[in-house]
Write a protein of this length. Sequence first.
Length: 566
Amino acid sequence: MRLKLFLLVALLALVTSPVIQTPAAVAQETPPTPQNSVPGAQPAGSAPAAPATAQTPAHFDGNSWWNHVKVLADDKMEGRHTGSRGERKAQAYVVKTFSDAGLEPAGTNGFYQPVKFTSRQLVIAKSSLALVHEGKTTALNVPQDAILGTNIDISREPVEAPLVFVGYGLRIPEQNYDDFAGLDLKGKIVVYFSGSPAEVPSALSAHYQSTLERWKAIRDTGAIGMVRLLNPASMDLPWERITGNVGRPHLTLADPEFDETAGAKLSLLMNPAKAAQLFAGSGHSYDDIVAAGKKREALPKFPLNVSLKAHVVVKEKTVESNNIVAKLPGTDPALRNEYVVFSAHLDHLGVGAPINGDKVYNGAMDNGSGVALLMDVANSLKKTQEKLKRTVLFLAVTGEEEGLLGSKYFAAHPTVDRKSIIADINADMFLPIVPLKIVEAQGLDESDLGDDVREVAAREGVKVEPDPEPLRNAFIRSDQYSFIRQGVPSILLDVGYEKGSPEQQTFKQWRMQRYHAPSDDSKQPVDLKTAAQVEEIYRELLIKVADSDAQPHWKATSFFRRFAAP
């Protein structure tokens, strides 16, 4: 999950060319079998499961979940990059597990919903980037100084245009906030600093920082491109890790319906250590910009004293993958044609630049943990023979790491009547690495689902809190956002922490060391008791929403209720 803002996400894994295979061929592959678990046993590198007590969840012990994670994160899965052989193996395993749990196919081709992508790969040796000041050209090194984004249908012709700093680069009508007001930006390239002003609510600011909303605002000014400056306060990875796999292909949905950056000629991510040169001679200090941005203070807007010159060469091809869709049919005659989506993304980053000699980006927590939760909950519902009123769609999507692509496609073109989907409950990279005291909920105060989470968590003796780090924009960085854009009340849960606590430092250290790295594998320590508790909360939330007489609704105060059908 996380760090799904298009430029950064696009650059984190080098993958070999995928081999395309039909769902029928995939179904013939023999999926791996999880290792047998021993109740109370400690998985490799994990904390021991808690002994049975009155507080221990009734349906899960963490072991079966961890066994699923180990299968999905095995080196044989080759990091599960979208469209790859490893992802197809993982899909076959999920399909078999869903089928064994009694779920029915709900795709367009059995359990599969095909999705087509356009793959663009930067040809670094033939591409160039430079700053121009008073006729003098200073070359920029790609990717050490800056990274050229291939997530847009980039100009094949050389581009040269003046740079203008536009603060946070946001237009938020609800707050009467406009960073572009009064600026002449026609034919120019905007430079913006990641983040938002403190007075803007976190969910709202995250929404307007999405690729679609940001580029709409920039395009309306007549600008032709954008340069993003990273906010050190929200960086999960050091620049060296970001640039490690810059040559990998980046995917976008092939259907023009999903082109979110139409008209953009250039997209660039600047190394924070090199960004000061953009401000030379402008009368403004880059250090002052960084200091204000960390505090979410107001930022100035002004022309820069340089132009940017670029020539970008990319290779394109078509890639295919699939969403996996299964259903547990509802039993109530009046409600069984309404659907609760239970989602998680199956893809990860594939095979890339080695770190400490390991080149497989296994994605155990991101997002083997979420898909394993789906499979474990499905098996639990079978064991207890739950008869839910509404139908539950178990959805394992592809292409999340490329920009929520699989969920965008499904949410716009679901395999059931779009109007019949009443909620999405999403699981993405929940981290059972500390004892569970707090559940963090993305979208907590946006819909009735937040009230349901509070009720379920209270029964488990767990507090529920909103996002403690809004600068990280987690609200728009996982698949629930695709459903929100279609008007569906949605929520994502994670293990939480108090701001400033030792647990926060544990999570920060995990992100710096393991997030989008080969060390996110099955050798890392996990807390099985926490995993079991999170599973229990997800299970009870799913049952509550599926069995409620009323559908979830957006709160009257939620910005996102505007996306709901009238």
